[in-house]
Design a binder for this molecule. Structure first.
Ligand SMILES: *Cc1c(COP(=O)(O)O)cnc(C)c1O
Length: 417
């Protein structure tokens, strides 16, 4: 069934347009990744009839005319989207930024931005008449798919690298997924999942292959814009693994611009880990030709040596006149502490990486101090408690005795009077 707001799916490689069906994945002509395109006139007139500020419901489905679905059907859904945008003055002054906002997407139902993509995947799978979905993931795509599918009564097959943090694996088991831990890299995990999906014909939630997922992820930008009364910030900082998130962030702003809801576009700050930064390396060299890298970072969600969506990521950086920054594990852990202690936001390592990159971009003079910036926290710290403790340190530990408490305070240099 043709959607009134969607004009088709355009190949990011050969430029040809194919109809956007629920099962549309890659380009039938050249195998390239597809981009969903919209009729902006239709969107504009539909919003004129039903203005944003008169709508109820703070979920990602609030932006229905920007999404490639007719509706979300009758099945139960988790509440995805509607995450807070905090003004973070204290953190901003520590980072040397005049106008800093934190978008805490760790507050989604399964605690990461991936819920936006997985909620979309579940609806598209239902449209395609499929009750089983599969994906490979470094962790969050999997846990979000398992949770969103469980709510709707669909079943899931999940492939994750065996290095995935316990918190994420626990979520998978709790949501009733069939979980396969793959002893190998994310690259290996992706490959075996693709073979299994081919073999058993499950609905494919692999983010690069399925063009609808980025459409879900872009709702983070629609929300940011609405939360800022459609005044666009100068910069948006986000961490990058496969490249679907940054692609979605950019697509959201472009669609808003296309529909006339905003009058300018932000520059995107693309943050990767120094130990695994194939996309930023290509972007910095001004080329679309990326080279695989090892996966050397504690930020498991962005430890992606062979990115699955480099085209959309590199295009987002280039088109937005973006800024690329790589951060060390030390810098990521420092950003985790800063977000926690000065904004009350608990981020997993990849969730804090955007903020770490922002801090570094200011230090390197890559962005102006009087800029307005939104830093997206993409995942919650409870998913990876080991690295949280590694970053924040161990607490004092005493037997219940006042003398020992005084000694412990003194040992820490705490002078309490
Ligand atoms: C997946 C993920 C990212 C990166 O998204 P990509 O689409 O892989 O680039 C960043 N942070 C967290 C917490 C994630 O789960």
């Amino acid at each position: 069934m043709a959607l009134s707001n969607v004009t088709g799916a355009k190949c990011t490689i050969c430029g040809r347009i194919t109809p956007a069906e629920p099962e549309t994945t890659t380009c039938p002509h050249c195998g390239g990744i597809l981009d969903i395109e919209y009729d902006y006139d239709y969107i504009r007139s539909s919003i004129a009839k039903n203005p944003m500020n008169e709508r109820n419901g703070r979920t990602m489905w609030r932006y229905m005319e920007f999404l490639p679905v007719e509706g979300i059907g009758e099945r139960p859904r988790l509440r995805v989207g509607g995450s807070p945008l905090y003004r973070a003055d204290a953190l901003g002054s520590l980072l040397g930024i005049r106008d800093l906002w934190i978008k805490d997407d760790g507050q989604n139902p399964t605690a990461s931005l991936k819920d936006r993509a997985s909620a979309m995947a579940v609806v598209k799978a239902e449209e395609a008449g499929r009750m089983t979905i599969a994906c490979s993931s470094t962790g969050n795509a999997a846990s979000s798919l398992a949770g969103n599918a469980a709510a709707a009564g669909l079943s899931t097959y999940i492939f994750v690298p065996s290095r995935a943090p316990k918190g994420k694996v626990a979520q998978l088991m709790m949501f009733g997924a069939t979980v396969i831990l793959v002893e190998g890299s994310y690259e290996d995990t992706f490959r075996i999942s693709a073979e299994a999906i081919d073999r058993w014909g499950w609905y494919n939630r692999n983010a690069a292959i399925n063009p609808y997922l980025m459409e879900g992820k872009k709702t983070v930008s629609l929300e940011i814009a609405e939360q800022l009364s459609f005044k666009v910030p100068d910069y948006v900082a986000v961490s990058v693994g496969d490249g679907c998130t940054i692609g979605g962030v950019w697509k959201g702003f472009k669609d808003l611009y296309g529909a006339g809801l905003i009058d300018r576009l932000p520059r995107i700050i693309s943050v990767q880990a120094s130990g695994c930064c194939p996309i930023n390396t290509a972007a910095a060299a001004g080329t679309m030709e990326w080279v695989p890298q090892e996966e050397n970072t504690l930020a498991d969600s962005i430890a992606v040596g062979v990115p699955r969506n480099p085209v959309k990521a590199l295009r987002a950086i280039r088109e937005s006149d973006g800024v690329v920054v790589n951060v060390s594990d030390e810098e990521i852990m420092e950003a985790m502490r800063l977000l926690g202690a000065h904004a009350g936001v608990f981020a997993e390592p990849a969730g804090a990486a955007g903020t770490a990159g922002l801090k570094k971009a200011v230090e390197l003079g890559l962005i102006e101090k009087n800029a307005s910036v939104v830093s997206i926290v993409t995942g919650n710290g409870l998913k990876d408690v080991n690295n949280a403790i590694r970053a924040a340190g161990e607490p004092m530990s005493i037997k219940p005795d006042m003398k020992l408490l005084l000694e412990a305070f003194a040992a820490r240099g705490l002078d309490i009077s």
